[in-house]
Design a protein around this ligand. Structure first.
Ligand code: HEC
Length: 365
């Protein structure tokens, strides 16, 4: 055989092997990640934009490439739907603490919402949140972006409600594709947004934390977002010492947390709901192999009971943002005419205190 032909064949083989070995992870993971995300709709491409953020810096849509993001439209002087939407935005930020996630609020009020105004709004609502972009817009591009999301923004003559705009949240994937639209005053839709986001994060980033097969139970617990909810008793029951615990259920029953119960809680979380909580936990049946599930369960079994026991959560309604919330002894609350009201956050408590009769009445209806 011709010698140079052998060399060419050899060099091409080595080159091909190098391409396979060193190709960017995302490309190699592409087809399987796509197959796994089939359940979430692929709606349409999110619009392009460049707006100043609350930090005064210009932010472009392509800085969100590679991240999962949740978008909505607000304005800071709005007293109709925005406080509720922002309260829900803050709840989302607390339930979803993946670092790869971004939250984007487009202001629909170019006149008023300067970066400085948005910065103080962000400080008031969610001071510790670093993943939230509040964008000040300009009239023309605002309309284009709103149209790109399929929503209308319309000034009105009503001083109490000067700008009509959508109350939807949108979920966008790392390629800029919109994967879901969720009406913010529909509790079920908001729960779906949390579980869809967790699913999308798991699908998109499972490959980036290294070969999944190598992760320990503890690493899986962090990588799958379990810690995000379960390290905050308002979002999920604390799991320290869960093995063998007598668990009170929402339907009044009780169950001893054995290994089978732990497994069921992860693959079919709605089968039995823990008292004081709602069914916000997504199922991990599709996301964890049997072996990984076993490792996560071993990790749960190894968690020692914590010193702080006796958390006593109950469910109630926040009369201001009207969300169902889990409350504890130290949750923000206020008394009005002998009735105690509980709030999701200090902001709702303050609003209530400014006009208790209004909210207390709304609650009774
Ligand atoms: C979005 C928040 C959220 C995430 C993420 C989440 N959970 Fe949960 N989890 C909950 C809530 C709320 C409950 C209580 C309601 C219920 O029973 O479904 C719960 C219940 C449980 C229980 C039963 C606890 C008890 O006291 O009886 C176990 C075990 C559990 N989760 C494990 C996990 C594991 C493991 C993961 C990750 C693979 C995970 N959870 C992810 C919110 C979450």
């Amino acid at each position: 055989m011709n010698r140079s032909f052998v060399w060419i064949a050899l060099i091409s083989a080595v080159a091909a092997a190098l391409v396979v070995l060193f190709a960017p992870r995302r490309e190699r993971a592409g087809p399987s990640a796509d197959a796994a995300s089939e359940e979430l709709a692929k709606l349409w491409d999110a619009p392009q934009f460049e707006f100043a953020s609350q930090a005064g810096r210009a932010l472009r849509h392509d800085e969100l490439r590679g991240q999962v993001w949740i978008a909505n439209f607000i304005f800071t002087q709005c007293t109709s739907i925005c406080p509720t939407m922002t309260a829900k935005m803050v709840q989302l930020q607390r339930s979803l603490n993946a670092p790869q996630l971004r939250f984007v609020s487009f202001s629909v009020d170019p006149q008023n919402d300067t970066p400085a105004v948005l910065a103080s709004y962000a400080r008031e609502w969610s001071p510790a949140e670093t993943r939230w972009w509040l964008l000040s817009t300009d009239g023309e591009n605002l309309l284009r972006v709103a149209k790109g999301f399929g929503v209308t923004v319309q000034p009105t003559d009503d001083p109490a409600d000067p700008i009509l705009h959508s109350n939807r949240f949108f979920l966008v994937d790392p390629r800029g594709l919109i994967r879901g639209a969720y009406i913010s005053d529909d509790d079920e839709a908001m729960e779906r947004l949390v579980s869809d986001t967790n699913r999308l994060l798991a699908q998109e980033f499972a490959n980036s934390v290294g070969p999944r097969a190598d992760l320990s139970g503890e690493q899986l617990f962090l990588a799958m977002g379990c810690a995000g909810c379960h390290n905050n008793p308002r979002l999920g029951p604390p799991l320290e010492g869960v093995l063998g615990r007598a668990v009170k259920l929402a339907d009044g029953g009780e169950v001893r947390a054995d290994e089978a119960y732990l497994r069921e809680s992860i693959v079919d979380p709605w089968a039995r709901i823990v008292d004081g909580y709602r069914g916000t936990m997504p199922s991990y049946a599709q996301l964890l192999s049997d072996e990984q599930l076993g490792r996560v369960i071993d990790h749960l079994k190894s968690l020692e009971p914590s010193a702080v026991e006796g958390a006593n959560p109950t469910l109630t309604f926040d009369p201001v943002c009207e969300m169902e919330i889990t409350v504890f002894d130290d949750s923000p609350s206020a008394e009005h005419e002998g009735v105690r009201f509980w709030f999701c956050c200090d902001h709702c408590q303050e609003k209530f205190l400014a006009d208790p009769a209004k909210y207390a009445k709304a609650r009774k209806q």
